[in-house]
Ligand binder design. Structure first.
Ligand code: AMP
Length: 121
């Protein structure tokens, strides 16, 4: 699938629509999900144009890949849910059709602030 420049997260990155920002650096932007599924529901997205995790793993630079993984940890610490200072969380990426991905820009969901529950329903 080619990258759709009009997807909602691309618009958030271009600041065409607002988000409730948690963290930003050279590699990632993080903001709260508009429709939270748990007490804490954050999203972490790479700044580059990648449709999903497979596109990212195949085409992103090592710097971008490290930046995203580190970004998830930075956000989890900021939210107080990382395993060192908090009680943990679930990081989840939906990938394409069978994965139930709705927004075609790679994003990790961070669910926490309570026991997250069953892994797959
Ligand atoms: P996915 O099904 O993995 O593609 O998840 C897309 C997520 O994006 C959903 O949890 C939506 O609630 C969330 N979402 C959609 N639009 C926005 C927005 N404008 N700001 C924040 N989160 C959004």
């Amino acid at each position: 699938m080619s990258y759709d420049n009009n997807n909602i997260f691309a618009k958030i990155l271009r600041e065409e629509i607002p988000c409730s920002k948690i963290y930003e650096d050279e590699f990632v932007l993080s903001f709260y999900d508009i429709n939270p599924q748990k007490k804490i529901h954050a999203l972490v997205i790479p700044k580059g144009k990648y449709t999903d995790l497979d596109d990212f793993s195949s085409n992103a630079s090592n710097e971008e890949i490290i930046g995203l993984i580190k970004g998830i940890n930075i956000v989890a610490k900021k939210l107080g849910i990382s395993s060192d200072i908090g009680s943990g969380y679930r990081a989840l990426a939906n990938i394409s059709d069978h994965g139930g991905q709705e927004v075609p820009h790679l994003h990790f969901h961070l669910f926490g602030g309570e026991i997250v529950g069953k892994m797959v329903s």
